[in-house]
Ligand binder design. Sequence first.
Ligand SMILES: O=C(O)CCC(=O)C(=O)O
Length: 192
Amino acid sequence: MFRHKKKEILCSEPLVYIIKGFMSHSNCDELIKFVADDLTKSTEIHADGTDSITTNRTGTDKHIKNKECKANDKHRKALSKLLSVRRSLFEKSLVINYKDGQQYKPHFDQGSGLEQQRIATAICYLNDVEEGGETVFPKLNITVKPQKGDMLYFKYDYPDNNVNRLTLHAGRPVLPNQEKWIHTTWICEKKL
Ligand SMILES: O=C(O)CCC(=O)C(=O)O
């Protein structure tokens, strides 16, 4: 049984919205616990499909395979139902941890180098962050404060490239003594 939560539309084109409390606090805790001892440095994907550690994307992360973590499967099921998109079109979800100055500088989620063409992103915040670590869309003047359980969704499958370029976004640096955990699922246009 999924709870139906209200979307708070932050922008209608490109579509950007938040659903407060989309993920239960116990699911958030379970996801952090599942990956906490197995994180590796985040990498950036380049146009030629290779990836490497860069200063644009710091932090650490772990991909979660289907069926290895109940909390992950539960979330993906709820997301699939919300979006009416089958789970086979979701990339493997990624849990990311940022500490002390770590960030993800402005970037787009779609583009060359990816195996599949992404069309949308769903980010769940797994903890509250007092200050810093906001997700920002500089061209849309949107700032989202990480709050445990909230989900940010945005899409970029518009034929108008100018609209897509408005989805430039970043994870701002996390302040000293603060920590930020997110769970990201990218939705793809079609299965490989
Ligand atoms: O850390 C954030 O708030 C944003 C993460 C992000 O941009 C991404 O995973 O694509």
